[in-house]
Design a protein around this ligand. Structure first.
Ligand SMILES: NC(=O)c1ccc[n+]([C@@H]2O[C@H](COP(=O)([O-])OP(=O)(O)OC[C@H]3O[C@@H](n4cnc5c(N)ncnc54)[C@H](O)[C@@H]3O)[C@@H](O)[C@H]2O)c1
Length: 423
């Protein structure tokens, strides 16, 4: 099939790479020319394991193309996936401007190019968006072929996105009227993955249900960790026992204690859920407090670090989790700002960081980033581990540094299993 992908961020680029791997022709479109140029050169604009290789294979076979020109992209497609950002404001209200602007571009194009076309929304959008904000643009369609509209929530996790794409547990399709045949054909690439057809609103809602549950599991297990530690229990051992019950508990994912959650999805979507609840006058004492629980964990991490009274602190890891270059709403970024504010000399070492985007989004942070482990760890009084792989740099570490391993709480002795003197 011929697919246009609007928005070359984490979702758009992964979809480009994976659909090209399945043999489809994909044309990516972004308003940012550097992202388009990067794809054309076979370099993914986002760091995601496996994506560069798939893009390069797709470029070599002519299946992958990109342009900033929406018309050029649409001329080469019969189906469009909308993967633009849907940021939320401080109060949780979701900004749909990018989604609607892309819709208007498509409407303009399809009015002038009357042919069969399917528009598929992949961005996370509040329940009711397609019904209330999208379909009106297709009413009273004068052309012969009214575009079909579907919603296809994206459940990928950054860092394992390619694997998640090919091995997801279900594919949810929100549509109305006739089953969208083209989409069904596109998504039937593995007979073991069930396709679930439902209405728009349910499909939109399911994405928020997933993210609320993931965030709740992280907040839950971190609270359990604090509680267990206060009893002097080896909570990791207790947690392993808890996780053995795969009958009543859903899965082990998001149920390992460690860092607070961050990233571009969980905090944003949780805020949006709080906003929906307020607007619909629904009480949600459990879900409504997940963000508070997460913030409290970050505050307690900060307190522990500050209590060491160190003048120099090094952070191993700045991205919101391992395996991605994404620093959006990263708890480690907030940690860094809080430490710098207190006059502490902070160094950051993270091989996943994309310095170019950091320069644009967080210019003040760039001067703290160092490029080798010796610079980062040989003189630090306190080292904070926030991602996997720290053991690879053990020869660079100042042996009298105090180490907080918030990534892996393993290998530390009770009673305070999150920390130890590095020796
Ligand atoms: N990042 C994730 O892990 C993830 C997972 C599941 C769902 N989602 C959802 O998917 C959506 C996209 O997320 P993301 O992280 O990929 O966002 P992103 O911010 O990384 O990328 C969005 C891209 O859209 C581009 N864009 C904006 N307007 C455009 C237009 N009119 N035409 C073409 N391009 C345009 C932007 O320049 C940007 O490159 C969001 O709704 C998000 O909530 C994200």
């Amino acid at each position: 099939m011929r697919i246009a992908i609007f928005g070359l961020g984490y979702v758009g680029v992964v979809n480009m790479a994976c659909f090209s791997k399945l043999g489809h022709t994909v044309w990516g479109c972004d308003v940012k020319s550097q992202k388009v140029d990067s794809i054309k050169n076979g370099i993914s604009p986002i760091h995601e394991p496996g994506v560069d290789e798939l893009l390069q294979q797709g470029l070599a076979s002519g299946l992958v193309n990109a342009s900033t020109n929406a018309k050029e992209v649409l001329d080469n497609a019969d189906i469009a996936l909308i993967c633009v950002g849907t940021p939320s404001a401080g109060d949780g209200k979701v900004n749909l401007d990018y989604t609607i602007n892309t819709t208007l571009d498509l409407v303009d194009y399809l009015k002038q190019n009357d042919r069969e076309f399917t528009i598929v929304y992949r961005s996370t959008i509040p329940p009711g968006t397609i019904q209330d904000n999208v379909l009106s643009h297709f009413e009273n369609w004068s052309g012969k072929h009214k575009p079909k509209v579907a919603f296809l929530p994206e459940f990928l996790r950054e860092g394992t996105a390619v694997k998640d794409f090919f091995h997801c547990s279900r594919i949810v399709i929100g549509s109305e009227g006739e089953e969208p045949k083209e989409l069904k054909q596109l998504l039937s690439f593995d007979e073991n993955i069930p396709l679930v057809f439902t209405d728009y609103k349910t499909a939109e809602f399911v994405k928020y249900v997933d993210n609320a549950f993931h965030a709740m599991k992280i907040a839950f297990v971190n609270e359990i960790y604090s509680l267990g530690s206060s009893f002097g229990i080896d909570v990791l051992k207790a947690n392993d026992i808890f996780l053995m019950d795969t009958h009543l508990n859903v899965s082990k994912n998001y149920l390992r204690p460690g860092l607070p959650f961050g990233g571009s999805c969980l905090p944003k979507d949780l805020r949006a859920i709080q906003y929906f609840a307020k607007s619909n006058n629904v009480q949600m004492p459990v879900i409504g407090n997940i963000i508070n629980s997460n913030t409290m964990l970050l505050d307690s991490m900060l307190e522990k670090i500050i209590a060491k009274g160190a003048k120099s602190v090094s952070l191993y890891g700045l991205t919101f989790k391992s395996g991605t270059d994404d620093v959006r709403e990263s708890p480690m970024l907030r940690l860094l700002y809080a430490l710098v504010e207190r006059g502490i000399d902070v160094k950051v070492f993270d091989h996943d960081i994309n310095l170019t985007s950091l320069r644009i989004e967080h210019a003040a942070v760039v001067k703290h980033v160092v490029s080798d482990a010796d610079q980062a760890f040989s003189e630090a009084e306190v080292i904070i581990v926030c991602k996997k792989g720290f053991e690879d740099y053990s020869s660079s570490v100042n042996k009298s540094a105090y180490l907080f391993n918030f990534y892996s709480l393993k290998n530390f002795n009770l009673p305070n299993p999150q920390e130890k003197l590095y020796s």
